[in-house]
Ligand binder design. Structure first.
Ligand code: SF4
Ligand code: SF4
Ligand code: SF4
Length: 573
């Protein structure tokens, strides 16, 4: 969790920690609204498109996706001794253990909240208002949900379905309105498992009612910063009256069940959905065949108990069981009428960025062509780039959301072509053999060295050179062998490196021509022996001279002779 604050509307709730991103496209693959722009190997969230669902947070293997926090703002309000109320989403039951739950109300009061309440108390009113809306609109489709990510999804990608959204305030907003109406001047904080709720806080409908939205992990951070340990808190209860059924809101079908919409609307098709794919599928169908029905979508698979900021790795059926069990064990009572908010409405305008540019077929084909997709069968639709189809990626390239290099098969082909060029242009000889030592491929340098052509492909290497080095490599344990070889037929001396490609069951031979350097060495040796020979001639001459002089002068020439011999020895070395 990063220490930063949610401030302006145009800043996305979810964003990427660039230093951590490793360019793996997993977030691109799962983002339901294509809100991730790949640029220079970094996955950036485009705020105008992002629906704040947090799906990318849950899949990023590098923890590079994170969300903007507000616990600092809450801490400030606490330090300023503001009167604060906190509303805890019903999924807290699956975030905290049983003994922790019983101490949470005391811990919240110790933090400084004047009111510690369960959002479920307002959820019941949301359910009642929704049931009424369904009753009045039984001749058309109704999409009812407390999930802001599902609402955002419709607002951004399926504008024609916006009129079917039940215009009812979510439990969070309903609770904020209730608490503020009953406690003038109080400030309202919501805590939950959800990043999209942070976006809902900024919707115009929220008005001035919601002062901060934090996640359960941010709440834990507040406890930590204020040295509040749940172990040392006493058991206590919340300041709210809850109808037990409303505690089912975080699981699939919870709203319908609380509003008894299931039982009372037998004549309609009633569906509760969860997970982006299922929602997309059903809503697409609804667009094609709008018919009377009631649909309750929750964007996270299995609902809020599997929200983006819940404990990772927890079993979603187990977390669901905890919610059901808690609702059963705490049936509560109907909330009293006095605290029902006067305004139960909400409205959902389309996203400002919902109109996406349309590109001509010619432009799309041009981009496809740049990555080698010239005919439809070239379009592999392999999804390696993160997009469902090659065409989707081409459109994303035109929208400046993707880069051509994201096409993996194209990049692999490019890399293979580059490798081919490198091999072809290598000044050293290259030969590829199969396990029978038959030639598969030769580069230009090899063909020039051994005066042969591609017509030898398929022939044994023994046709050209002594194959012993390769035979020993095949029968031996080593994967590589290095030898210095003389090929007199070709007037060649080579360092030959041979190595196995075990997966391909092939052998590579590299021939480094050292003929030139070998003959240079020979020339040096020749030069040295010539020098020694000249020195010997000189010494012989000197000795002859010395003997001649000695005869005249009678002097001993032994000393001069020794000196000259020393000179000859050092030259020989
Ligand atoms: S999932 Fe997205 S943000 Fe995370 S490393 Fe991969 S590309 Fe980067
Ligand atoms: S939060 Fe959701 S919409 Fe936003 S970038 Fe991540 S996956 Fe896409
Ligand atoms: S299902 Fe619940 S946690 Fe997930 S996005 Fe919707 S409201 Fe948030």
């Amino acid at each position: 969790m990063k220490t930063n604050q949610l401030q302006a509307e145009n800043i996305s709730v979810v964003y990427t920690s660039k230093a951590l991103c490793r360019d793996c496209y997993r977030c691109v693959r799962v983002c339901p609204v294509n809100a991730i722009r790949m640029k220079d190997g970094q996955a950036n969230v485009v705020a105008e498109r992002c629906i704040s669902c947090g799906t990318c947070i849950t899949v990023c293997p590098q923890n590079a996706k994170t969300y903007r926090t507000e616990y600092g703002k809450v801490l400030q309000m606490l330090e300023d001794k503001e009167r604060l109320a906190i509303s805890l989403a019903p999924s807290f039951v699956s975030y905290y253990s049983e003994w922790e739950r019983s101490r949470i109300p005391s811990a919240l009061r110790m933090l400084g909240f004047s009111i510690a309440a369960e959002t479920a108390s307002a959820a019941w009113h949301t359910a009642m208002a929704t049931a009424e809306h369904v009753r009045l609109n039984s001749d058309k489709p109704v999409i009812c949900t407390a999930c802001p990510a599902a609402v955002n999804y419709i607002r951004s990608t399926m504008l024609d379905l916006i009129p079917y959204l039940a215009p009812v305030a979510s439990p969070m907003l309903m609770h904020a309105r209730q608490i503020k109406a009953a406690n003038p001047g109080i400030r309202f904080v919501f805590a939950g498992p959800c990043t999209a709720k942070k976006d809902e806080e900024r919707w115009k409908t929220a008005g001035q009612n919601i002062d901060a939205v934090i996640t359960f992990e941010e709440l834990d951070e507040l406890f930590r910063l204020r040295n509040i340990s749940l172990q040392s808190c006493e058991e206590s209860t919340f300041d709210s009256t809850v109808n037990g059924l409303a505690r089912l809101f975080p699981v699939e079908g919870g709203l319908l069940k609380t509003g008894e919409i299931v039982e009372s609307q037998f004549d309609q098709e009633i569906l509760s959905l969860s997970g982006a794919e299922e929602i997309a599928e059903v809503l697409e169908d609804l667009r094609k065949h709008p018919k009377p029905c009631v649909i309750e979508p929750l964007f996270c698979r299995n609902g809020c108990t599997n929200g983006p900021v819940m404990h990772r790795g927890s079993n979603s059926f187990e977390t669901r069981r905890l919610v059901l069990e808690y609702a059963q064990q705490h049936p509560g009572s109907d909330a009293t009428d006095e605290i029902i908010a006067k305004d139960t409405n909400a409205y959902f305008p389309p996203f400002s960025e919902s109109k996406r540019p349309v590109f001509s077929e010619e432009k799309i084909r041009e981009v496809l062509g740049k990555t080698g997709k010239l005919i439809p069968s070239d379009e592999l639709n392999c999804t390696a780039c993160g997009y469902k189809t090659c065409r989707d990626r081409a459109i994303a390239v035109l929208e400046d959301m993707a880069e051509p290099e994201m096409c993996m098969p194209y990049m692999r082909r490019l890399a293979e072509q580059k490798a081919d060029t490198i091999i072809e242009r290598d000044p050293n000889g290259f030969v590829l053999l199969n396990s029978n030592l038959e030639i598969i491929r030769m580069n230009q340098a090899f063909k020039a060295m051994f005066t042969c052509s591609d017509s030898l492909a398929g022939r044994k290497i023994s046709y050209l050179i002594d194959p012993r080095q390769f035979e020993l490599l095949i029968s031996g344990k080593d994967d590589t062998s290095r030898e210095f070889n003389h090929y007199p037929n070709y007037n060649l001396m080579c360092h030959t490196i041979a190595y196995k490609l075990p997966e391909e069951d092939q052998i590579v031979g590299l021939f480094i021509d050292v003929t030139e350097s070998k003959s240079s060495k020979d020339k040096l040796i020749e030069l040295r022996s010539e020098t020694v020979q000249h020195a010997q001639e000189l010494i012989d001459h000197q000795i002859a001279m010395a003997q001649e002089l000695a005869r005249f002068l009678g002097e001993n020439t032994a000393r001069g002779e020794v000196l000259m011999k020393n000179l000859i020895d050092s030259i020989k070395k």
